[in-house]
Design a protein around this ligand. Sequence first.
Ligand code: BGP
Length: 471
Amino acid sequence: MKKIPSNFLWGASTSAYQVEGGWNIDGKGPSVQDVSNGGFLSDLKVGGITDFKVCADHYHHWKEDVALMAEMGFKSYRFSINWTRIYPTGFEDKPNSKGLEFYHNLIDELLKHEIEPLVTIHHFDAPIVLEEKGGWANREVMVPAYLKFAKTLFLEFKDKINYWQTINELNMVILFSHVLRKQKKGHDTGTESYQSFHNANVAQALAIKELRKISPSAKIGPAPNISLVYPKTCAPSDVLAADNANVLRNWSYIDPFVKGYYSEILIEYWKANNYQVVILPEDEELFKSVSIDFIAFNYYNSTTAQAPIKDSEYKVGDQEMGFNIENMFQSADNKYLEKTPYGWQIDPIGFRLTSRALHDRYNLPIIITENGLGAKDVLTSDGKIHDDYRIAYLRDHIAQIPLILADGVKLIGYNPWSAIDLVSTHQGISKRYGFIYVNRDEDDLKDLKRYRKDSFYWYKKVIASGGEDLK
Ligand code: BGP
C-alpha cells in the first residue's frame, strides 16, 4: 500500500448534455443528443424516459452546484463543454459569446473554490448539422469543425485550464454507435465506423498540436473507456480472443498518441474484412509528431471474452455489457463478479489490473474520469437518500488506489461519475449516479431541489482524510 499524495485530484465528473439542460437558450444550437429521444434518429426512441432538454438544470443552478462540490471538498471537477453552445451548427466563423460566458462563470466559480477544472472538449454532443453531413465519417467537415472548436476553447480559457481531454469515450462512440446515437441502426464496425475512428484520431492529434502552441504548459490526453478484457478460460483460443478484444476495445484508442501508429492486429482486421479506411500519408507523420501528457480513463468494470462462436446466443448489451466482433472475440459473462441493478459487472480488482495494464503499455500519468454505480435512489419523506450500495461500490474501488500506487502506477486523480444526478445516456434520470440528488423524475420536473445523499457525507470524509477513512 502506498499513501495517496496530498495533491491527488479528488473530485467527480459530469458531461454537458447530461447535466446542463437549457437546451435551446442563449443561442445554443441542437446537438444529436437534444433531440435524439424522438426527433433526429427517432428510431432510437426509448419509451418512458426523459429527453435531455432540462436534465439537472445545471445551466441555471451552477453556482449552487459548485458550492455543494466545494462542501464535499473537491479538488477537481471533470465536465465537458457543450459544442453547440459555442458553435450552434458547427459552421459559424465566430463563437457564441453567451456560450463562452457560461463556461467562464462556471470555471471562475470553480477556481474561486480552488477546484481544478478538468475539461473534456467533446462528450457525445456533436451539432446535428455536422452529424447530418456524415459526422466523424466526413473528414472534410468534422475535422476542421472540431479543431476550430478546440482552438477557440484553448484561446479563450488558456489562463484558467491546466487539464484538457480531447474526446470522451471515442471507443464507445465507435463500437456502440446505436447506444450513443451517432448512427441510426445497429452495431456497425465497418468502413464507416473505422473511418470515423481514424478521422477523430486525426482531429485529436491536430488539437494536441494546437494546444502546444497556445498553452505550452497545459496538459492534454484522450478519455477512452478502458476495461481490461479477461479470457473466459485459459484455453488459448479464449486468451487470443481476449487479446483481440483488448486491441479493438481499448488500446487502439491510445496507441496513435503514444506509439504513433495503429497496431498490426487492427490493420489486419480491417484488411480481412475489406474495410477501406482512408489514411493519408501525412497522418502517420502527424501521429508520430504528437504526444499526450496523461490518459484520462473511464472505468466501470472489466470485460470477459471467449473465442467467437458461430450463431452465438449471447445478447449484445449496452456500452458496459460487452459485444461481439466476428472472427475476433465474443463477450461472455464473468461468473465470479456481481452485477449492478442495471446489469453491469462490479470488479474493483479489475480497476487495479486495468490501471497496471495501462501503466505497462504507456507509462503515463492516469486520471480516473468516470467510475460509479447507477441505481434508482429513493428520497425519503425527511429528505434523505440512503445510498449505501453506491458507497459500497465506491469504497471498494477507492480501496484499490493505495495498491495501484504501490504497483508503481502514476495515478493522479479519481473523479467518479457523477458529481450530481444527471440523465443517463440511454436510461433516463431514474438511473442515478450522483452524490447530490436532484428532485425530479422522468415526466415531472418537480422543484429540481438538491439534496445531499448519504454518499455525499461519506465522500466528504474520504476526501478530508486523503482517502484513508473509508468507513
Ligand atoms: C459513460 C459515459 C457517460 C455516462 C456513463 C454512465 O459511458 O461517458 O456519459 O453516461 O457512461 O452510463 P449510463 O448513463 O449509460 O448509465
